[in-house]
Design a protein around this ligand. Structure first.
Ligand code: AMP
Ligand code: ZN
Length: 667
């Protein structure tokens, strides 16, 4: 930037924008921009203020701790400011923090690393172990009194396990799952949707009527003791003390020795955090020694001995150029947004998932819209929000088609299902193509060289209609295909021939039966051993298999009832594919037995016991029927015991099971 006037103007505009966003965020619970955008503006302003300290405004929003109270609830004035945290965004910045700590303590310090919970910061006072007052953080100097609201949150105890007088700090949040249901309910009721779990939590807590708060499913985690005599000496003791008092503490924190441990913790949670049921955009790294933490003091805004580590932004804003539909191997029609290319987490993104018709409708995505895209755990980013405030009126609403975009067949969907699918399994070119690719894929028949391009070439030449046709291909025909030489042809033929030997489980998976993944295919193969037995298995017998269940059982039974499907499988058999699953465990003492396990086992987990049965040649079922040969009853058995007695099925206890299997394992 050149002239001083220009810099001053830029700083003023940034400050105005940030103030405006703060107001919408904290007071109206209705953010105008994503956190990432907001952070970028604050960063820029802070950098300018650092470079031109003379131009920094005394009332700059960077000097404030946070938002201001909304004004309707009673105000609480804090004795000591409720601080915020400084952010670091890279290993280098973290290293600088670490260096300062090394200098302060004179050696490699211990840290406590915690997950940073993305909720609403609260300060709660307990007197003689009873909840006395709860307040939001507000602007850090004064907050709002939300005592009545906190009283209706089940996760926050009204009485502690010890009669202590303390002030503690934590975070109230709405679990991701609760956020989804809350928004679904609001959508159904025609109410405005919350932008994210944090705003939903704030909107649910900051209510004049606690009855609104009740039933929203708010949760909390605590991590700081602000006032107590004496205070714990370390952060790990603080967390353990809070826990002991009966307060919820986020359980994944770790004590880290020095820098290397911190870096390792950051690495582990980069992807794992997406599996948590609360939102988090980073970690909080704290010097474990709290006396030293107090001695180091704080800047205007944050303690010197703690930092928030923020993972790289996973959200970007871009425009929707179009909405494309693709038909998958099971006929599911999946919409994706074609995007104006945008950088996100180090890659250029041009497409984002829209999941299904319901999501398109809920988001109200239109072609031409500006949208927020997020890349979380998944590889494909998703559209999470439409920036309706940026609409020009020229956006085109999207009509989900009634017919398959590939073959024109009217689409169907099961009750309760969000996904539309094309029912034309045999005639739909997209499904034929996808299921052939699936047939040759790694977890299925594993035919090297049968990728998308080859499948397209085979289909274009009319050589293959169904998987069995692959086994009739010959070298000359293949070599005559465009861009297909002698060697490629020979390699493909060998790979196809070899695939005949795959175990039954792979074949089952390759058949592309709806809901049947690799794991289920393996359970089915192990249970039945031979293809024919599976093809003729009654539905109720399928449902009994552990890990199968009624939905899968119905799907498998339906598949093998369909004459076209049976014919296709028959063609594969004629082509010489293997129809058996090799036995894993040799014949053992439990061969021929179908065993059900119920109740709690002391010596091993249920899972381990089931594994043992299979290893010793037996089968495990999940419900008792006339085919059950033995019931193993642990402590507190359920209704299965009564059912077994009713049917005259022999029952043994855990000790007996242990004895028999131990003997068996030796013989
Ligand atoms: P930020 O507002 O993004 O700078 O993040 C700082 C805020 O994160 C703090 O003021 C706390 O309200 C919140 N926070 C969430 N989890 C923790 C935690 N484990 N330790 C400390 N602060 C936390
Ligand atoms: Zn179709």
């Amino acid at each position: 930037m050149s002239g001083e006037a220009e810099v001053r103007e830029r700083m003023r505009r940034l400050a105005d924008l940030i103030r405006d966003y703060d107001r919408r965020y904290y007071i109206q619970d209705n953010p105008a921009v994503s956190d990432a955008e907001y952070d970028a503006l604050v960063q820029e302003l802070m950098q300018l203020e650092a470079a031109y300290p003379a131009l920094a405004a005394p009332d700059s929003p960077t000097r404030r701790v946070g938002g201001r109270p909304a004004g309707d609830l009673k105000t609480v004035v804090f004795d000591e400011p409720v601080l915020s945290l400084a952010n670091v965004r890279s290993e280098e910045e973290l290293k600088e923090f670490h260096q300062r700590m090394v200098e302060a303590v004179g050696g490699e310090p211990d840290y406590v690393a915690e997950l940073k919970i993305d909720g609403l910061s609260v300060v709660i006072d307990y007197r003689d172990g009873r909840l006395w007052r709860a307040a939001t953080r507000g602007d850090g100097l004064q907050g709002e009194d939300v005592t009545a609201n906190v009283h209706v949150i089940d996760a926050i105890p009204a009485v502690l396990t010890e009669p202590v007088t303390v002030e503690i700090r934590g975070e109230i949040y709405l679990p991701k799952s609760g956020f989804a249901t809350l928004n679904a309910r609001r959508l159904a009721a025609g109410e405005a949707l919350f932008a994210n779990p944090r705003n939903a939590a704030a909107g649910s807590l900051r209510q004049l009527d606690p009855e609104v708060t009740r039933g929203r499913g708010l949760q909390a985690f605590f991590y700081e003791i602000r006032h107590q005599n004496p205070l714990p000496a370390t952060q790990d003791q603080t967390l353990e003390t809070l826990r002991r008092w009966g307060l919820p503490v986020e359980e994944h924190w770790a004590l880290c020795h020095g820098f290397a441990d911190l870096v390792a913790f950051i690495g582990v949670w980069e992807s794992r955090r997406h599996d948590l049921d609360f939102e988090t955009d980073g970690l909080v790294l704290k010097l474990n020694n709290l006396e030293m933490t107090r001695a180091l003091g704080h800047t205007q805004k944050s303690p010197r001995a703690q930092v928030a580590f923020k993972y790289p932004a996973e959200i970007a804003v871009t425009r929707v150029l179009g909405i494309a539909l693709s038909v998958g191997r099971t006929g599911a029609v999946t919409p994706t947004a074609d995007l104006e290319p945008v950088r996100l987490k180090g890659t250029t993104v041009t497409r984002a998932s829209l999941h299904n018709a319901n999501i398109i409708q809920a988001l109200d995505v239109r072609v031409g819209d500006s949208v927020e895209v997020r890349k979380a755990g998944e590889v494909i980013p998703e559209v999470v929000r439409v920036l309706t405030e940026l609409r020009t009126g020229r956006e085109v609403p999207f009509q989900f088609p009634r017919e398959c975009p590939e073959c024109g067949t009217p689409l169907v969907r099961d009750a309760e299902e969000a996904t539309w699918r094309c029912p034309n399994q045999w005639g739909c070119p997209a499904q034929r193509r996808e299921s052939l690719i699936h047939f040759g894929s790694r977890g299925a028949m594993d035919i090297g060289g049968l990728g998308e391009k080859t499948v397209d070439a085979l289909l274009a030449a009319g050589l293959v209609q169904e998987p069995a046709d692959l086994y009739r291909l010959d070298g000359d025909t293949l070599a005559a295909l465009p861009r297909f030489g002698d060697i490629a042809a020979r390699n493909l033929l060998t790979a196809i021939a070899e695939s005949r030997r795959r175990p039954l489980s792979r074949l089952i998976f390759a058949l592309n039966i709806r809901h049947v993944g690799e794991k289920a295919a393996l359970s089915l193969a192990r249970r039945f051993g031979r293809l024919e037995a599976l093809m003729n298995a009654p539905e109720e017998e399928l449902a009994e298999i552990p890990g199968v269940g009624p939905v899968l059982a119905q799907s498998v039974a339906e598949f093998f009832r369909d004459p076209t499907q049976r014919a296709r499988v028959q063609h594969l058999v004629e082509a010489g594919v293997n129809q058996e699953e090799p036995r894993t465990g040799a014949d053992g003492p439990l061969t021929g037995q179908t065993i059900v396990i119920t109740g709690t086992l002391e010596r091993m987990s249920r899972q381990a016991a089931e594994q043992l049965v299979v290893t010793l040649g037996g089968r495990v079922a999940s419900t008792v029927s006339s085919r059950t040969t033995l019931l193993v009853a642990g402590s507190a058995p359920g209704s299965k015991l009564a059912r077994a007695q009713e049917l005259g099925v022999p029952v043994i206890d855990e000790e007996e099971f242990w004895r028999r299997t131990a003997n068996g394992a030796k013989s």
